[in-house]
Design a protein around this ligand. Structure first.
Ligand code: FAD
Ligand code: ZN
Length: 481
């Protein structure tokens, strides 16, 4: 059966685009954090929507699972194949149209996010989705994971930037929903079924995305704060005064900042003094006044005693250096040994309380653990990471992963939060969902999956546990890094 499927695929795509050699397919079996290693009979590289549809139809006929892959930068094991065929969208990388008056860009799923940003910029517009992985993640993957990042505060996550989609369904049919409408109440909003579905309901092949005007000026500052509660007060004040001109409010406590200063080549301490917490703030303005505006707002915050100290970037290079500190946090954390990670959200008003409760609980459960929590404070989304105690054995620390997850996720749940804020569920959180997700919601998700993918061939075993079998949700091997 598999041989005849491979022959069919090779005849349709050309043999050069049906990879079966172990070396060729190896990069598609691993994921960023090396939590899982999968297997696949082939990796196929279609070049357009019709070829994707042909691949899915052939796999459906053969009852062989398919897993879509974009840039393979996902952090939850969602793109790891456990058998079947990997469909790489990398060759669907055309920008089909940019329309400044409609303020839209129509792109194929394999466009690298940075290229989408550049195409928008070339047309004098802004595509605001921004992630540290933007040089390699692809827009189809961004939509399939409903990616967040650092500009969600003002512009929303991938879902809010999506107007229309083109999707290959589980039987190989193509749904052409590539519409640029701001208003369309002609029935159920189908595109939102596919955004964030992690390749389990359909394969996104193209999208119409919303563009924004480019700000005329931006300004960036780094604040020193007395506590997470002070950060929350400063955030609330800035948000109240600036509205959507506040385009970022990223939180960095003392420990992660020290880690990045210790390990990032060329990193410069932004403030002379020592503070318990810090925030990276960015404002964007349609006028040339962003610096002036930020300066006034910072003076108010300092006068009100909400901010202990602040420095403002005086050039684009200084602004970029501040952002580099923030964006390197996750990677630099690795230099301090093993890390146990959580991508969680709570209502913004409760972020400080969450940080206090989760920190206290983890420190009590794992004496010496170093809490390395940071993130998108203004979205209520914290990467609540834990670094191993100094001198601890890495493997022993990482073996605590499930126990610590349980502690943190229980607190998140008790605070009306989400255990999967921006990275998705994939495999790593799949078996946690039934504990935290409303049972009616989970049942609806299962019914949708059954309706859209009755044969269960689209990325099986991800997000929802299959009826029987399927890959194990927690890493069979403790991660190497
Ligand atoms: P992949 O990893 O290839 O796939 C991810 C999931 O989407 C899989 O389940 C896959 O099957 C599915 N999929 C991929 N393409 C399609 C398609 N065309 N149709 C249907 N399903 C598809 N994420 C954030 O949200 N915010 C961040 O700030 C952020 N920062 C990151 C920083 C770094 C350094 C790294 C390594 C990752 C970061 N991520 C972040 C995670 C990751 O980059 C995002 O989840 C991204 O959206 C994944 O895109 P991708 O193309 O790499 O998708
Ligand atoms: Zn993030």
């Amino acid at each position: 059966m598999t041989d005849s499927l491979l022959d069919t695929l090779a005849a349709r795509l050309g043999p050069a685009h049906v990879l079966t050699d172990a070396t060729d397919i190896a990069p598609h079996l691993d994921e960023t954090r090396r939590l899982y290693r999968g297997q696949a009979v082939a990796v196929v590289r279609p070049r357009d929507t019709a070829e994707v549809a042909a691949v899915v139809a052939a796999c459906a006929a053969a009852r062989v699972p398919v897993v879509a892959q974009g840039g393979n930068t996902g952090l939850v094991g969602g793109g790891v194949p456990f058998g079947g065929v990997v469909i790489s969208l990398a060759r669907l990388d055309r920008v089909r149209a940019v329309d400044p008056l409609d303020a839209t860009i129509t792109v194929e799923a394999g466009c690298v996010l940075a290229h989408v940003q550049q195409a928008a910029e070339a047309a004098g517009m802004l595509f605001p989705l921004s992630l540290a992985s933007e040089g390699s993640c692809r827009i189809g993957g961004n939509l399939a994971t409903n990616a967040g990042g650092t500009a969600v505060l003002a512009y929303g996550n991938a879902r809010e930037l999506t107007l229309g989609l083109e999707v290959v369904l589980a039987d190989g049919q193509v749904w052409n929903g590539l519409r640029a409408l701001r208003k369309d109440n002609s029935g159920y909003d189908l595109k939102n079924l596919f955004v964030g579905s992690e390749g389990t309901l359909g394969i996104i092949t193209a999208a119409v995305l919303r563009l924004h005007p480019r700000p005329v000026s931006t300004a960036t500052a780094f604040l020193g704060l007395a506590s997470a509660r002070a950060a929350l007060d400063a955030f609330g004040t800035l948000r109240g005064r600036l509205g959507s001109r506040l385009t970022a409010f990223e939180y960095v406590p003392r420990f992660p900042l020290e880690v990045v200063l210790r390990h990032l080549p060329g990193a410069v301490r932004p403030l002379a003094g020592d503070h318990s917490s810090y925030a990276l703030v960015e404002i964007s303005s349609p006028d040339p006044d962003a610096e002036e505006e930020l300066l006034s707002r910072l003076s108010e915050l300092i006068e009100a005693g909400l901010v202990e100290d602040a420095v403002m970037a005086r050039s684009a290079a200084q602004g970029a250096a501040l952002w580099r500190l923030r964006e390197s946090l996750s990677e630099m954390q690795g230099h301090e040994g093993g890390s146990i990670k959580h991508d969680v959200s709570v209502p913004v008003s409760r972020v400080a309380e969450f940080l206090e409760r989760a920190t206290a609980a983890c420190e009590a459960a794992l004496p010496g653990v170093r809490v390395c929590a940071f993130g998108h404070f203004g979205d209520g989304n914290i990467h609540f990471n834990l670094t191993q105690p100094v001198g601890a054995e890495k493997a022993a620390f990482l073996a605590e992963w499930p126990r610590v997850n349980r502690i943190v996720h229980d607190i998140v749940h008790a605070m009306d939060g989400s255990i999967a804020a921006e990275h998705g569920v994939g495999l790593i959180k799949r078996d946690e969902l039934p504990r935290y997700k409303d049972p009616v919601a989970l049942d609806l998700m299962r019914r949708l999956k059954g309706a859209l993918d009755p044969l269960g061939i689209l990325n099986p075993g991800k997000v929802l546990r299959p009826a029987e079998g399927g890959p194990e949700a927690f890493p069979a091997q403790i991660p190497a890094s």
